[in-house]
Design a protein around this ligand. Structure first.
Ligand code: NAD
Ligand code: 3PG
Length: 429
């Protein structure tokens, strides 16, 4: 009998599992109960058995290192499997016996992972903010809720941004390496001052506003660009919200804090580097993908960008010989923004509580995709979603006017009474 379950011990409700009974389906189950179909080879008789788990806990796969306090929260409720550094193939195999998975930014939870779960995976927990490593559309299609931990690492990321800003301005990393190499290059590593300089914060969300607050404390003039940020939040911190072009054209320092989305992918490219003030300096603790890295190397070589301090890269880890990382005007850290003891402990608790709550069916405050809908309900709902979209389009045409629509005829039928079709017409002014 092929069993794709994590259950450690199973009890069949009948003992007739000996030959000539043969399993017809592999066993798939969600925590607690499952059914299994057996067909008698001689009499071609089909019997269904209820399978009861001796251990009705869900299974949570923790695929990247998570703080102890979070693990303890998980262990009170579930079987916890901490398996780090799984290959994509190993992840796809393991996922079919898991009800939830917790990852950081290093694990790609792509469509293949959802397909491999066979419908069992119900929750993806992202122990951090950025959810660009999770295929949200695939998650939603598979009825899987994605939750993140959006608040616990904000200050850590902002502090790392400020650390990179100051280290870059004073060549700390390069000077340190040279002293360790036995050199004493006091003239080579003359830096630039921050006080009085303009800092453009690109993405004025949680991290961006904390960076702004701290930069003001350093005596910088801070402007920000964020199409969705409320003006009163910016005003309260003493920051002026400006357009993208104005921000990059007037800033001495540019600090990136927007999420990686199709709209922000490679938004820093040949064209936008050309619009920057000559000699601008860039800090990136957001995502590598918001920068076209080849274009940045060119801008650094041309002196359009004087320096860059990067915590994140398009591919992580970047190739060893990557020109960008090796560039003498680049300071690099290995995605350390969220990596403080305090932040990791906070993130671990925040995500563990969110995942446990979601598995219990509670309303998830940090859900980042559609609310949890079982796949079978989703199938039933799909035609209604299409209908709602069409009605929405119709409403817009009617409200906007000028569509030439004079009358609307609505025909409706019910699956419960297929013979009955009703049609109603209404006149549109
Ligand atoms: N390096 C790290 O370890 C680390 C740590 C935390 C967060 N991050 C990254 O930083 C990002 C921001 O984190 P946060 O907690 O501040 O998130 P957030 O959601 O609070 O803020 C993101 C802000 O970006 C804005 N934004 C969206 N599209 C934009 C655009 N096209 N141009 C400008 N702004 C835009 C949003 O309106 C929002 O205000 C995360 O998505 C994550 O990728 C990295
Ligand atoms: O988006 C985030 O929260 C940060 O990039 C942190 O990622 P990490 O959990 O991999 O450190």
């Amino acid at each position: 009998m092929a069993a794709t379950s994590s259950f450690t011990s199973l009890k069949l409700s009948t003992a007739s599992t000996t030959l000539p009974w043969k399993s017809r389906h592999s066993l798939s189950s969600s925590f607690g109960v499952a059914t299994i179909s057996l067909r008698c080879q001689h009499h071609r008789q089909l019997r269904r058995f209820v399978v009861i788990s001796m251990d009705a806990k869900p299974t949570i796969l923790v695929a990247e290192k998570l703080g102890e306090a979070g693990l303890n929260v998980l262990k009170e409720f579930a079987n916890v499997d901490c398996s780090y550094n799984l290959s994509p193939e190993e992840l796809c195999t393991k996922i079919s016996i898991c009800d939830a998975i917790i990852v950081r930014s290093g694990t790609k939870v792509n469509r293949k992972v959802f397909e491999s779960s066979g419908g069992r995976l119900k929750v993806v927990g992202r122990a951090g903010v950025g959810i660009d490593n999770v295929d949200l559309a695939a998650a939603t299609e598979h009825g899987c809720l994605v939750v993140n931990a959006p608040t616990a690492n904000t200050v850590a990321a902002a502090e790392h941004g400020i650390a990179l800003l100051t280290a870059m301005a004073r060549n700390i990393a390069q000077a340190d390496a040279s002293v360790k190499a036995g050199k004493w290059l006091r003239n080579k590593y003359v830096g630039v001052s921050l006080v009085g300089k303009t800092l453009a914060v690109m993405g004025f969300g949680k991290v961006g506003s904390e960076v702004a607050r701290r930069a003001k404390g350093l005596g910088m003039h801070v402007i920000a660009h964020d199409p969705y940020a409320p003006a009163d939040r910016a005003r309260a911190i003493g920051v002026e919200l400006v357009s993208f072009d104005e921000a990059i054209a007037s800033a001495d320092f540019i600090s990136l804090h927007m999420p990686l989305t199709p709209a922000t992918s490679k938004v820093f490219n040949d064209e936008t580097f050309a619009k920057m003030k000559k000699g601008a300096r860039i800090v990136n603790v957001a995502r590598g993908g918001v920068i076209d890295e080849e274009a940045l190397v060119k801008a650094l070589d041309a002196g359009i960008v004087a320096q860059a301090a990067l915590d994140v890269f398009t591919a992580e880890p970047p190739p060893k010989d990557a020109k960008l990382v090796q560039h003498e005007n680049v300071t690099a850290t290995p995605h350390l923004g969220a990596s403080t003891m305090e932040a990791q402990e906070g993130v671990a608790i925040e995500i563990a509580e969110a995942v446990v709550g979601a598995l219990k069916g509670e309303l998830a405050a940090t859900a980042v995709n559609a609310p949890m809908v079982p796949a079978e309900v989703l199938t039933e709902l799909k035609p209604f979603v299409a209908l709602a979209e069409k009605l929405g389009r119709l409403a817009v045409q009617l409200v906007a006017g000028g569509s030439g629509v004079k009358t609307v005829k609505v025909t409706y039928a019910s699956g419960r009474a297929p013979g009955l079709t009703l049609t109603q017409g209404c006149f549109v002014r």
